[in-house]
Write a protein that binds this ligand. Structure first.
Ligand code: MG
Length: 205
């Protein structure tokens, strides 16, 4: 895998081993249809998935309201003052995201959806080769992402979920709960967990 820019220049919380797994799965899944990620933030995972999609001339939809998740807000653990927009008094990661896509020459293949998950999903009808869930980590946010988007994964396509921690003392449990829910649905086969990246494949059921 050769990325168009240095991954370390993009802020974010994705291990390079997980990034490689995302790239590999997206390369495979984008043969089936366009791909979508939820929670683009500054574009780290987008760089891996967008580069994979570009190889095949596919579209990656990059969904994020760019106002930050709960943990990114002022006073919270992962707040980054660089991403605070003093004009609106809100978090805004879209400028950083856009700059990264421009530098990586991915703008012809990555379509940003600057909206909440529910809003973007309301009239969504396009089947997807891969869905990557890395949005808000509250149970409500994770459940909404799962309910809104997992149903659009094409048979044989990939559902990936970030930040799977098996034990509560390692991290929040919402991603693990939706990962488990996907497996329990009988609609997805478990392809394993790479670090904290859960990978599932939509089966023929
Ligand atoms: Mg994450």
């Amino acid at each position: 895998m050769k990325l168009p820019i240095d991954i370390e220049t993009i802020k974010g919380f994705l291990d390079p081993v997980e990034g490689q797994a995302l790239f590999d799965r997206c390369t495979e899944a984008s043969t089936l249809g366009p791909c979508l990620e939820i929670g683009s933030y500054c574009g780290k995972s987008t760089l891996y998935m967008g580069t994979a999609c570009k190889q095949l001339g596919r579209t990656l939809f990059a969904l994020d309201h760019h106002r930050g998740s709960e943990e990114h807000q002022q006073g919270e653990e992962y707040h980054d003052p660089d991403l605070f927009d003093s004009r609106s008094g809100l978090m805004d990661s879209f400028f950083a995201f856009r700059s990264a896509m421009q530098k990586a020459e991915l703008e012809d293949f990555v379509v940003p959806l600057v909206a909440s998950s529910i809003t973007a999903a309301r009239d969504w009808q396009t089947p997807l080769g891969m869905v990557f869930i890395d949005g808000g980590h509250s149970l409500e946010a994770a459940m909404t992402d799962y309910e809104c988007w997992s149903k659009h994964v094409i048979k044989g396509g990939i559902l990936a979920i970030h930040d799977i921690f098996k034990h509560p003392d390692e991290g929040g449990q919402a991603p693990h709960i939706i990962w488990k829910k996907a497996i329990d649905s009988g609609l997805f086969d478990d392809l394993g967990v790479v670090r904290t990246l859960g990978v599932l494949r939509r089966n023929d059921n």
